[in-house]
Design a protein around this ligand. Structure first.
Ligand code: SF4
Length: 91
């Protein structure tokens, strides 16, 4: 058999485009919640996209991704680079 149990996904929400519709939290309540402003974020790692999504939640993640009307849910097979704004400081 060729089953691959080691599927690794990372996710975060682009809050610049999120319209607070709530669909992702309904589809994946163990991954996405909303902050005080109604914007969605990943509770897996504080919306940083640096911790792998548990395998048992990957189907929920797919559902949330497919259901987001603004394509604000970002998915990658490698950690998102959170240092992009802090590591390149030209004087
Ligand atoms: S489904 Fe998309 S637009 Fe709706 S709350 Fe979630 S991230 Fe925001």
């Amino acid at each position: 058999m060729d089953h691959q149990p080691e599927e690794v996904r990372y996710t975060r929400v682009d809050q610049d485009t999120c319209i607070s519709c709530g669909a992702c939290e309904m589809a994946a309540p163990d991954i996405f919640h909303h902050n005080d402003e109604g914007l969605a974020f990943s509770i897996i790692d504080g919306n940083q996209g640096i911790r792998p999504i548990p395998e048992e939640l990957l189907m929920d993640l797919e559902d949330a991704y497919d259901g987001c009307p603004t394509e604000s849910i970002l998915i990658s097979d490698s950690p998102f680079d959170t240092a992009v704004h802090s590591g390149d400081n030209n004087e």
